[in-house]
Design a binder for this molecule. Sequence first.
Ligand SMILES: Nc1ncnc2c1ncn2[C@@H]1O[C@H](COP(=O)(O)OP(=O)(O)OP(=O)(O)O)[C@@H](O)[C@H]1O
Length: 561
Amino acid sequence: MALAYLDRLNQKQKEAVVCKAPHVQILAGPGSGKTRVLTTRVAHLIRHHKVSPSSIMVATFTRKAAKDMRERLEKDELLGPDLANKVNMGTFHSLCAYYLRIHPSVVHLPQNFRIIDPQEGVKVLEKLIEERQGSISSQTRATIKSYKGIAGEFQAAISKAKNEGFTAKTYGDRYMDSLEPLTHDIILIFNAYQQRLALEHLLDFDDLLLYGRDLFETFPDAAVGISHILVDEFQDTNKVQYHIVHSLCTKKKHLTIVGDPDQSIYGFRNANIANFKMMINDFKGTRIVHLEENYRSTSSILNGALHIIQKDPERIEKGLFTKNSPGTPISLMHCETELDESQKIVHEITRIIEYSHGLLKYKDIAVLVRMHYLTQNVESAFKASSIPYEIVGGMRFFERTEIRDLVGYVHFSFNPNDTLSFETIINTPRRGVDNSLMEKISTLSRAHGKTVLDILDGLCRQDLNLGYALPEKVLASLRAFIQLCTQVKTMMDLQVRLVPPKKVQVMTIHAAKGLEWPCVFLIACEDAIIPHVKAKNVNEERRLLYVAMTRAKCKSKPLFP
Ligand SMILES: Nc1ncnc2c1ncn2[C@@H]1O[C@H](COP(=O)(O)OP(=O)(O)OP(=O)(O)O)[C@@H](O)[C@H]1O
């Protein structure tokens, strides 16, 4: 049978797509067609091996990657929209959320659990730390400048522990004998945090993975019907994600992973490069295929990037080449000040657009930064010179105040135990509920084991006594609030349609992973920024620079003030 979709692949890519080994590890450099190979392998399983599309699960790291892959699969030369839509595809977090919604009781979760974002998590921690400051060690107390700041630090510590696979209980058991006062503070707050989330039927992002791991471990049939699992960006998997993949793959399931150890830039979030070796040990019969031809970049760009990554002493040597022409050399641009740096970028972009005579558009240009705050100068310069730009990964749709409020109403109506959402929305519009009353309502809800709505109802009917009478104006607005919430019957499925960009894309290097543009500027390419002054692992910083440089097809321009 003619398999036309294979014609778009080189020999190694074909080998990776048609490989019949039970498990396949595809190791590939940047721009060598990992996404092309992964999507074609999915198509090949369905079209050639007649695997049902609903038996295939593809786990990605970002929603953007999942969307990108689905779009590629929807093309007729691969699967077409009907078949593509039947493939189970999503981020690890969304796949876990999906199966946890179907089988919540297996891991003792309530049916109406809600997923909170990191900002909401900080809010919970802020309160818990304030409530428990008497029990926190004097050393930690002395470092508290603001509750929000310290809450952020506890959140990072708890998240790190969870990404290593600890629950509050197992973390406490493991570190109970530590001599570090801070460790005991973390144990205390970690426990309190999990108790508060459980009480209010809330899960944070890390919990999704931990509960997902427990679900698939205790009940591998949760993902019934899945026979093939494919994982993108395997170098970014942490221990918990590996555990999930391992549990999912019991009972003769087939695993394909694609990844590039050189692009491992999430070590700070516990990504574990050792997972490549673990896979070889745990999955007998794994075949390794190397993709070594880069199609994306000019040879000048690729050689420049290789020069950087080859200095990583931990690197496992692997080949990467391109048949592309050298193109223009990488040009380092020295700038007098940060202001000068952004003005030079404006000047260069204007020149590129003008001289390419329509060949290159604003959307073909990206500006990458090591840290988000570095976008400020370039943003002002773009505004002043009317260059259309988009800061990617800044304030996201769901983080905007009005959207937060709207979603808060939906969440609260769906889960009236959720005091976090209650506190977000109760005074939008103003209802005269001050912080102390808000606290009392939340505390009464927890103490009586009743929902916040029940407590509000009790207050309005005057069945519950606060020790003082609420003004009639406040009672009236609480009644209106109850009525409004009871009117919101169903959860709305808010979906944002992403419009293809037409503007210069400005984003961090982390956000640029997996993307490509003809022209890429990299600003603040200097000591203390990259490698970052606080970076614990200089090799990870080197890999970060490698990822940044390999995003460019023709023009890579690092700048330094
Ligand atoms: N066999 C091929 N022939 C021509 N072009 C190819 C081939 N394979 C991949 N490409 C092109 O190379 C570019 C990089 O491919 P892809 O995005 O799949 O790379 P990747 O390995 O996922 O990159 P990264 O690791 O940097 O995210 C794309 O523009 C793709 O269309």
